[in-house]
Design a protein around this ligand. Structure first.
Ligand code: SF4
Ligand code: SF4
Ligand code: SF4
Length: 257
């Protein structure tokens, strides 16, 4: 994505909404690649790394979910300025862990966080959590909590080459088999892997747990096949879907690739 016919480097901005900023940290941890990255782009906004800010950018990486009215306005301003918007991480792509807030009435949430005198703080700007594509059009998605560095670098490279980023649209089970793992169903555990988008090398299974679904569903999950697998192991869809509530409580459209 060249900035103009003179081939100037594109301006790239990173923005953060409601989140832990762990995905921006994952970007910063690309220490080995950063010198090359900086030879190809100008980073003009990155709160976690620099104080300089600019409103002139071509690509906006947006981390975090929307949980305040004021964030909606800011996100719309970003969309107007950027040629391409990339959702960065689960909070942004699906609402992520923040959607747990939506299980409670907003008044109860305010009291839980600010105590029984919450109303004395005036109007607290808090609304049900949304992924960013509930507010604006998103061009590309980088999934995961946190994102994978490898995937971030691959998406950035594609954008700079003017290519459509290649985001996996097959289940985590494929990564899991390639990693040589024994399926956790064989160990009496359950797993979202058959319906969740790959691209993480099935890291959770490799390190002894199971897939919690942080990358969201594949575009066309084979729910029937997953259901049959669950039945074979004496489990139900309901019991497993409860597990997905950790990352899927928003249950909105934000799981696209
Ligand atoms: S997706 Fe996970 S790591 Fe990234 S900002 Fe959200 S909570 Fe943090
Ligand atoms: S169900 Fe889970 S553990 Fe089994 S192969 Fe799929 S991702 Fe791996
Ligand atoms: S295995 Fe599942 S929960 Fe773990 S990183 Fe991959 S998609 Fe996320």
């Amino acid at each position: 994505m060249n900035r103009d016919m003179n081939g100037d480097k594109p301006n790239v901005a990173f923005f953060s909404f409601t989140c832990c900023e762990g995905c921006q940290l994952a970007v910063l941890s690309c220490e080995k690649e950063l010198p090359d990255i900086l030879s190809l782009i100008n980073i003009v906004n990155f709160r976690e790394a620099m104080t300089v800010k600019s409103n002139d950018y071509d690509i906006a990486f947006v981390e975090g979910s929307i949980s305040k009215k004021e964030e909606i306005k800011k996100l719309r301003r970003i969309r107007k300025k950027a040629k391409a918007v990339v959702a960065l991480g689960a909070c942004s792509t699906t609402g992520g862990l923040n959607c747990l807030k939506n299980r409670f009435p907003m008044e109860e949430v305010k009291t839980l966080v600010y105590g029984k005198d919450a109303s004395r703080y005036g109007i607290l700007d808090t609304i049900p959590v949304m992924p960013i594509d509930s507010v604006i059009k998103v061009d590309y998605y980088i999934h995961g909590c946190p994102i994978s560095k490898k995937e971030f670098l691959s998406v950035l490279t594609s954008l700079l080459l003017g290519k459509k980023p290649d985001i996996p649209n097959y289940p985590v089970c494929v990564d899991c088999k390639l990693a040589g793992n024994i399926c956790v169903f064989e160990k009496g555990m359950h797993c979202m892997g058959p319906v969740i988008r790959a691209g993480c090398d099935a890291i959770c299974v490799t390190y002894g747990t199971y897939c919690w679904g942080c990358r969201g569903f594949v575009d066309n999950p084979n729910a029937q096949s997953h259901e049959e697998t669950l039945k074979r192991y004496g489990l139900t869809v309901e019991s497993v879907m409860k597990m997905f509530d950790l990352y899927g409580a928003c249950k909105t459209k934000g799981s696209k690739g």
